[in-house]
Design a protein around this ligand. Structure first.
Ligand SMILES: Cc1cc2nc3c(=O)[nH]c(=O)nc-3n(C[C@H](O)[C@H](O)[C@H](O)COP(=O)(O)OP(=O)(O)OC[C@H]3O[C@@H](n4cnc5c(N)ncnc54)[C@H](O)[C@@H]3O)c2cc1C
Length: 486
């Protein structure tokens, strides 16, 4: 009897635990299914770029399945109802899927599981998308979920690394779904009511494998071996760029881990070893935020530490618009926002700077920024994005970034983009500004402004706010909220 493999954020064939188990259980008679779910598509949270990459990944997945004599069955509707229809149409003996830890997914999946069990059908879910599941790591003494990343990551490493030995291959054999089993064509973005303003990366399982291989190719100028320093330079492609692949699972997290763990067995110098170790710790952040939201789902709408919800934000709509459009007058922030608006992706260092600027310098509610990022990013992930924003807001409890540590956008810019290469790439009106002024163009004497063709207030905005004033204003707002709610 066939079984259904329900694809969700795992759009690949290799090292896909649910697919592998489904193929083993059915001698290859797997019905590969993807359901376009209006609740996710039209909740106003997910943007065109993420939908566009997902559709491209579905095309690639269907292509890869067809190469193996199968095909992707696409349906559109409410997942439980669609699965009920599919079970009845195919007489499948059960449904297999990889677990997702977001509140909506948990509710959706438990309804599916409940119905399947009621019918006497198989419901099998698998640990796949993270290295350590949220229930799999609690504090030793009290068995409580971790809140502090530093303590989490120490134990995480002990548990995560052995997953590198637990990869499964793509199924060797597929029996094609019945030819009369209906499938919708994979829709276009316009069919779903979205319009893409950005360029998006090439995606699909093959591309993801190539990206991973390139990042681990020691001959590359900027491989993982240089990661510790290179990741701090937004002008360089010093990071893996795998976030889009990990977001929708065109690569498995274990494939990433395995590359790193294998490389650590080779002779490496201290800098190279540190590069790999640092990258592994980034993978840990991904698991950490997943478990943080799993155990504290209210974080999706508010601060982990609720006292921070008492901050009185300024929430000035015109300043928010200027930030969105990369018109704040702070070149590093504007470069980041324009990178986001053009490429649906932003370098991590600049995500931190830009988020901090919106929250602390403009005193705009971090949730406004979080939503905007989600709507623009092709790697937009509710857990990593929420975590990143709460980290920047200092609102995630005993954070590595307490609220009083406020990024200075000028100092950050000088440190991470010293010659303004990144700024000039995304803010072309500053292209001819001398290095000396690139981080603070408003300090250019009028004659220099005229000479380089960048008059502040005409060609490029004056700063929206003066940083040291904004810093004190933010500290006062935070202190008031925390004191009145202690
Ligand atoms: C305000 C803010 C918002 C963010 N929003 C997202 C988001 O929506 N989606 C997203 O995947 N990442 C997000 N991040 C984390 C990080 O910026 C991106 O994962 C990273 O820039 C992606 O580039 P990369 O794949 O080259 O990363 P690499 O540096 O190569 O890291 C490898 C992988 O580790 C994971 N990772 C790295 N850093 C983090 C982190 N801080 N938190 C969680 N996972 C991490 C990602 O899956 C990434 O692909 C956000 C960070 C901040 C500060």
């Amino acid at each position: 009897m066939p079984v259904i493999c329900w694809f969700r954020r795992d759009l690949r064939l290799t090292d896909h635990r649910a697919l592998y188990a489904a193929a083993e259980a059915s001698a290859g008679a797997v019905i590969p299914v993807f359901i376009l779910d209006d609740t996710i598509l039209h909740d106003g949270y997910v943007g065109a770029a993420l939908i566009a990459v997902t559709l491209a990944m579905l095309e690639a997945l269907d292509h890869d399945l067809q190469q193996r004599g199968s095909r992707l069955i696409v349906r559109h509707g409410q997942p439980l109802a669609e699965l009920q229809r599919l079970v009845s149409e195919t007489q499948a003996s059960g449904v297999y899927w990889n677990r997702d830890y977001l509140p909506y997914a948990i509710k959706r999946d438990s309804a599916v599981k409940h119905w399947l069990r009621e019918q006497g059908l198989q419901a099998h879910s698998f640990h796949d998308s993270v290295l350590v599941e949220p229930e799999g790591l609690k504090t030793k003494t009290e068995q409580k979920p971790y809140v502090v990343y530093g303590s989490y990551v120490k134990r995480w490493s002990e548990l995560a690394y052995h997953q590198a030995e637990q990869l499964v291959p793509a199924p060797s054999k597929f029996v094609a779904p019945p030819s009369d089993l209906a499938s919708l064509p994979i829709p276009s973005l316009a069919d779903l009511g979205f319009e893409l303003q950005q360029t998006i990366p090439q995606v699909g399982e093959t591309i993801a494998q190539q990206r991973l291989a390139q990042f681990f190719d020691r001959r590359q100028k900027l491989s993982v071996l240089k990661y510790t320093k290179a990741r701090e330079v937004p002008a360089e492609a010093g990071t893996s760029q795998l976030s889009v692949d990990l977001r929708m699972g065109t690569i498995s997290i274990r494939q990433c881990l395995k590359q790193a763990v294998d490389l650590l067995t080779e002779p490496l110098n201290a800098e190279q070893r540190q590069g790999v170790d640092t990258w592994l710790k980034e993978l840990a952040w991904r698991d950490y935020y997943t478990q943080l939201i799993y155990h504290n789902p209210y974080m999706l709408n508010g601060s982990l530490d609720p006292r921070y919800d008492q901050i009185i934000w300024r929430n000035d709509p015109s300043e928010f618009l200027a930030w969105q459009q990369g018109q704040t007058g702070y070149p590093i922030v504007d470069a980041g926002q324009r990178q986001l608006n053009q490429m649906a992706w932003m370098h991590n260092r600049v995500r931190m700077i830009s988020a901090s600027f919106l929250i602390k310098d403009l005193l705009i509610d971090w949730r406004w920024g979080e939503r905007y990022f989600m709507q623009q990013l092709c790697d937009g992930d509710p857990t990593a994005n929420n975590g990143g924003w709460q980290w920047a807001a200092g609102s995630s409890g005993p954070s590595a970034q307490p609220y009083f540590r406020i990024f200075n956008p000028i100092a950050q810019s000088k440190k991470h983009d010293p010659d303004g290469q990144y700024i000039r790439r995304f803010v072309p009106e500053l292209a001819n500004v001398p290095d000396h002024y690139i981080h603070e163009p408003w300090t250019m004497p009028p004659a220099v402004q005229a000479h380089v063709g960048c008059v502040i207030g005409r060609d490029y905005p004056a700063p929206l706010v003066e940083h040291s004033f904004a810093r004190e204003r933010a500290l006062a707002a935070y202190r008031t909220a925390l004191q009145t709610n202690d």
